[in-house]
Write a protein that binds this ligand. Structure first.
Ligand SMILES: Cc1cc2nc3c(=O)[nH]c(=O)nc-3n(C[C@H](O)[C@H](O)[C@H](O)COP(=O)(O)OP(=O)(O)OC[C@H]3O[C@@H](n4cnc5c(N)ncnc54)[C@H](O)[C@@H]3O)c2cc1C
Length: 420
C-alpha cells in the first residue's frame, strides 16, 4: 500500500450516519471514499424514510421496566404499533429476550440515558451547522416537537420517563386543549393534553443526505456505487475493503452500513446482536399551511411530520427478517390512525408514497461506536435504532476522533462492540 492509500479512509454506507462520518473525517484532513450500492440516503436506507425528527430529548431506550407487559398488549392488537411475524420468532427470540432484559430496572435505563444524552443533546445545532455548510438550511425547521395525549392522566402514566428527561435538563412545556388547539387547530378533539419539547424536523431527509454527499464530493471525497463484501487484512491490520472482485486500498475504514453492518462486522470477526425493527411510512398530500408541528400521539406511537413532499406518517415496529416482503397493511394502519389525529381533508386522499425500511437496532438501546475487536484500523458506527438521524452528528464526531487516534469528547466504552 502506498502512502496515499494508507491515508485514505473508507466509509461503508451512505445513510445519514456514514455521510456525517465522512464529513467529519474529511475535517481532520483525510481523503475519504464512501462505498454504497445505493444512492446517498436513497430508498434502501432507513435514513430515507424516517419520521424526520431531530429530537434532543430522545434519551430513553425503548426497553424500560414493564415493557414486556405492554408488548403482550400490542401483540394482541393486530392494528397496534408493534408486531412480530410469528414464523420469524425462533430466530428473533434471543434478541428480543436481550432487549427486554436490557431494560429490567430503572438504574439500567438511567445509565443508558446518560450515554444517549451525549449523543442527542447538540443534535439541533449540529444539524443546523451541517445544513448551512451544505447550503440546505431551508430543509430544517426548528419549531419544537409535540407529544399529544388523550388527557393528562395518560401523560402522567409516563411521568417516570418525563421526570428522567427533566433531570437531564430537558425543558417541557405542558399544553392544555386550548393552547394545543391554538398551536395546531387541525388536531382532533381526541387529544386534550400535550407536551412540547425542543427539537427540529427535516423537510426532506433524502434531499438532506444528497446535499451532504455533494458537499463531501466538493471537498474531494469519492463515491463508489457497490456493496462492500469484506476486508483485506494483513497481520491483523486493515489494508483494504473488498468490493466484489476488487479491493479499495485504505489504511482505515468505518462500517456505517445500518442493518448491513451485521454481516460486515461478522466478516471482520465480530458477532453483533443487530436486528431490524422494520418501520413504515405513508405520505399524504398536504396543501397550504394546515399543519406545522411534528406530533406523536401517545396511543399510536408514530411521528406525523409536515415535509416538503407531503404529510409523512412514520412508525410501526415489525419484527421480521430483513429480507421478508413488506406488509403494506402496516402502512394502512398508520394512515388510518392518522385520521384519528388530524381533521384534515387530506387524510382522505390517496397516499402519494409508502415505504418500508430497517431500523438497525441493538438490544440495549446504544449504538456501536467502537474499534473492531481484532482488525486494526477498522471501526464501527451502527445500531442507532429509532434515533439515528438525531444521533448521527455526535456519532460522526466520536468516530472521526477514533479514526484520528484522538481521545473522543465522550467516553465511548459503553458503546464498545466488546460489550456483546
Ligand atoms: C419508520 C422509521 C422512523 C424513524 N424515525 C426517526 C426519527 O424521527 N428521528 C430519528 O432520529 N431517527 C428515526 N429513525 C431511525 C433512523 O432512520 C435510523 O436510525 C438511521 O437512519 C440509521 O442510519 P444509518 O446511516 O445507520 O443506516 P441507513 O440509513 O440504513 O444507511 C445504511 C446504508 O448502508 C448501505 N449498506 C448496507 N450494506 C452495505 C454494504 N455491504 N456495503 C456498502 N453499503 C452498504 C445501505 O445501502 C444504506 O444506504 C426512524 C426509522 C424508521 C424506520
Amino acid at each position: 500500500m502506498n502512502t496515499g492509500e494508507k491515508a485514505k479512509v473508507a466509509v461503508i454506507g451512505a445513510g445519514i450516519v456514514g455521510l456525517m462520518t465522512a464529513l467529519e473525517v474529511q475535517r481532520t484532513g483525510r481523503q475519504v471514499v464512501v462505498i454504497d450500492p445505493g444512492e446517498p440516503g436513497g430508498r434502501q436506507a432507513a435514513s430515507y424514510g424516517n419520521g424526520a425528527w431531530i429530537y434532543p430529548a430522545s434519551i430513553m431506550p425503548i426497553s424500560v421496566p414493564g415493557l414486556w407487559r405492554k408488548v403482550l398488549g400490542f401483540l394482541a392488537d393486530k392494528s397496534g404499533p408493534f408486531v412480530i411475524r410469528w414464523s420469524h420468532l425462533p430466530r428473533l427470540a434471543p434478541w428480543l429476550l436481550r432487549f427486554i432484559w436490557a431494560g429490567r430496572n430503572w438504574q439500567l435505563v438511567e445509565d443508558c440515558a446518560k450515554v444517549r444524552f451525549e449523543l442527542c443533546r447538540r443534535a439541533v445545532t449540529d444539524h443546523q451547522g451541517v445544513a448551512a455548510e451544505a447550503g440546505v438550511s431551508h430543509l430544517l425547521e426548528h419549531k419544537g416537537l409535540l407529544f399529544i395525549y388523550r388527557d393528562k392522566a395518560e401523560f402522567l402514566k409516563e411521568s417516570r420517563e418525563w421526570d428522567m428527561r427533566r433531570r437531564f435538563g430537558v425543558k417541557i412545556n405542558e399544553l392544555d386543549r386550548a393552547a394545543l388547539a391554538k398551536l395546531e387547530p387541525s388536531l382532533t378533539e381526541r387529544y386534550q393534553f400535550a407536551v412540547q419539547v425542543d427539537g427540529a424536523h427535516c423537510r426532506d431527509p433524502n434531499a438532506y443526505c444528497q446535499a451532504i454527499a455533494d458537499l463531501i464530493q466538493k471537498r474531494g471525497g469519492e463515491f463508489v456505487r457497490a456493496p462492500a463484501t469484506g476486508f483485506q487484512v494483513s497481520n491483523g491490520r486493515l489494508e483494504g475493503v473488498k468490493v466484489g472482485e476488487s479491493v479499495i486500498a485504505c489504511g482505515q475504514a468505518v462500517v456505517t452500513a445500518g442493518i448491513g453492518s451485521k454481516k460486515l462486522a461478522r466478516a471482520a470477526g465480530d458477532r453483533v446482536p443487530l436486528e431490524t425493527e422494520r418501520g413504515y411510512h405513508v405520505v399524504l398530500p398536504l396543501g397550504g399551511n394546515a399543519f406545522n408541528h411534528p406530533v406523536m400521539p401517545s396511543d399510536g406511537k408514530m411521528g406525523i411530520t409536515p415535509t416538503a413532499k407531503g404529510l409523512r406518517i412514520a412508525g410501526q415496529v415489525e419484527l421480521a427478517s430483513v429480507d421478508a416482503d413488506p406488509d403494506w397493511n402496516r402502512a394502512e394502519i398508520l394512515r388510518g390512525f392518522g385520521s384519528r389525529v388530524l381533521d384534515l381533508p387530506e387524510m382522505r386522499e390517496k397516499a402519494i408514497d409508502q415505504w418500508m425500511g430497517n431500523r438497525p437496532s441493538t438490544p440495549d438501546g446504544l449504538p456501536c461506536v467502537s474499534a473492531a475487536t481484532s482488525c486494526h484500523g477498522l471501526f464501527y458506527g451502527f445500531g442507532h435504532g429509532h434515533t439515528g438521524l438525531t444521533q448521527a452528528p455526535a456519532t460522526a464526531k466520536l468516530l472521526a476522533a477514533l479514526v484520528a487516534g484522538k481521545k473522543p469528547e465522550t467516553d465511548v466504552s459503553p458503546m464498545s462492540v466488546k460489550r456483546f
